[in-house]
Write a protein that binds this ligand. Structure first.
Ligand code: NAP
Length: 308
C-alpha cells in the first residue's frame, strides 16, 4: 500500500515535540501539508486555515488535529465531511456529544476516526495491565502532580472553559487507569479547586468505585514544584504495584520489572495507520467521560488566584 498522504492542523508544541518526528520515521505516511494561523512546517505546503488547505490539496487522505480541544470539532467536522481520516489529539474534544457526533460522521463517510490517548502507549502500561489481570486489587491511588508553570508556559487555553485545567494532564492518568483496570469504574465523589481568576481547575481529588466496590482515589495538582509525580500505586494480593513516571516504569514490591525507551507517538501513528488500513475507527471516550463526571458531580472550591 502506498503511504497515507497526511496533513497536520494546529502547529504548536506537541506537533514540534512529537508528531513531526514520529511521522518522519514512519514509512506509512507522507506529510504533504499543514494548516495553522501562525505555525509552519518546513519543506511542505503551509496554509492559514483547514478550509484553504483542503481546497488546495485534494490529495490529502488523513489529517491530524493538534489545536486545543475547544477548537477541534469544527476542523474535524470539515475534514471528515471532505472524506479524510482524522487523528484527534487528546482530549478528543471539548464535550462528549461533539465527539459522538464525529464518530457517527466518520462511520457515515466511511473513514477512520482515531481518538488518541498517548499515555496508553507508555512503555510499562501493558505490563501493568497484565499484572493486574492476574491478581486481586485491594486499592489503587493515582497521584498526578506537576508544575503548570514549567509544562504549560503562556498557554491560555488550558485555563479557559473547555481547556480542562489540571485535567489536561490528569486525563492521561485516567486513560491509563481505564485501560489497565479489569472492570469499568465510576466517580463517587470529587472536589475541584478553581483559582478565583480562572475558568478551569488547578487541582482535583476524586474517589471512584466499581461493581465490586474497588477503593480507587486520584489526586491531580498543578501546584507541584520540585519532584514531579505521575504515579499509579496498587495494593494487590500479589504485592504493591507502582506504575511510575507516567507509565514508563513498573515495579512490584520495590523491584523494577519493566522499563523500556518511550515510544508513545510512534506507536500512536502505527495504530492510526492500522485502523485506516482496516477501515475502522478507534474512539474510546471513557477518560473524557470521567472528566465530565468530575465536573458534574464535583464540589467546587475557589482558591488563590493563579498568575503565570
Ligand atoms: P499549543 O502549542 O498551545 O497549541 C497548538 C496550536 O494550536 C497552536 O500553536 C496554535 O497554532 C493552535 N491554536 C491555538 N489556539 C487556537 C485557536 N483558538 N483556534 C485554532 N487554533 C489554535 O498546545 P499543545 O501543547 O501543542 O497542545 C495541543 C493539544 O495537544 C492539546 O489538546 C494537548 O492536550 C495535547 N497534548 C499536548 C502535549 C504537550 O506536551 N504540550 C502532550 C500531549 C498532548 P496557530 O496559532 O498557528 O494556529
Amino acid at each position: 500500500m502506498s503511504p497515507i498522504n497526511l496533513a497536520i492542523v494546529g502547529v504548536g508544541k506537541i506537533v514540534r515535540d512529537q508528531h513531526l518526528p514520529a511521522v518522519a520515521k514512519n514509512a506509512d505516511y507522507r506529510l504533504i501539508a499543514a494548516a495553522s494561523r501562525h505555525g509552519t512546517v518546513d519543506g511542505i505546503d503551509n496554509f492559514k486555515s483547514i478550509d484553504e488547505m483542503l481546497a488546495a490539496v485534494p490529495a490529502i487522505e488523513a489529517v491530524s488535529l493538534c489545536m486545543p480541544p475547544q477548537y477541534r470539532y469544527e476542523a474535524a467536522e470539515k475534514a471528515l465531511s471532505a472524506g479524510k481520516h482524522v487523528f484527534l489529539e487528546k482530549p478528543p474534544g471539548a464535550t462528549l456529544s461533539e465527539v459522538a457526533d464525529l464518530e457517527a460522521l466518520a462511520a457515515a463517510r466511511g473513514v477512520s476516526l482515531f481518538a488518541s490517548w498517548h499515555s496508553r502507549y507508555a512503555p510499562a502500561v501493558e505490563a501493568a495491565k497484565s499484572f493486574l489481570a492476574g491478581t486481586t486489587i485491594r486499592s489503587m491511588r493515582v497521584i498526578w502532580k506537576e508544575d503548570v508553570r514549567h509544562w504549560h508556559p503562556n498557554q491560555e487555553w488550558i485555563w479557559q472553559a473547555g481547556g480542562l485545567g489540571v485535567f489536561d494532564p490528569g486525563i492521561n492518568a485516567l486513560s491509563i487507569v481505564t485501560h489497565i483496570l479489569p472492570r469499568p469504574v465510576f466517580i463517587t465523589a470529587a472536589t475541584l479547586e478553581f483559582p478565583e481568576n480562572r475558568d478551569a481547575p488547578i487541582a482535583a481529588t476524586m474517589t471512584f468505585s466499581d461493581a465490586k466496590g474497588l477503593d480507587l482515589a486520584a489526586e491531580f495538582d498543578w501546584r507541584q514544584t520540585g519532584k514531579q509525580s505521575w504515579d499509579i500505586v496498587a495494593e494487590t494480593d500479589a504485592g504493591t504495584m507502582v506504575l511510575s513516571e507516567g507509565g514508563a516504569k513498573l515495579s512490584i514490591d520495590g523491584k523494577l520489572v519493566h522499563e523500556e525507551p518511550e515510544q508513545e507517538y510512534p506507536m500512536l501513528y502505527r495504530r492510526f495507520a492500522e485502523i485506516v488500513k482496516a477501515g475502522k475507527s478507534d474512539v474510546d471516550l471513557a477518560p473524557l467521560r470521567h472528566v465530565a463526571d468530575a465536573f458534574m458531580l464535583g464540589r467546587r472550591k475557589f482558591v488563590e488566584a493563579f498568575h503565570d
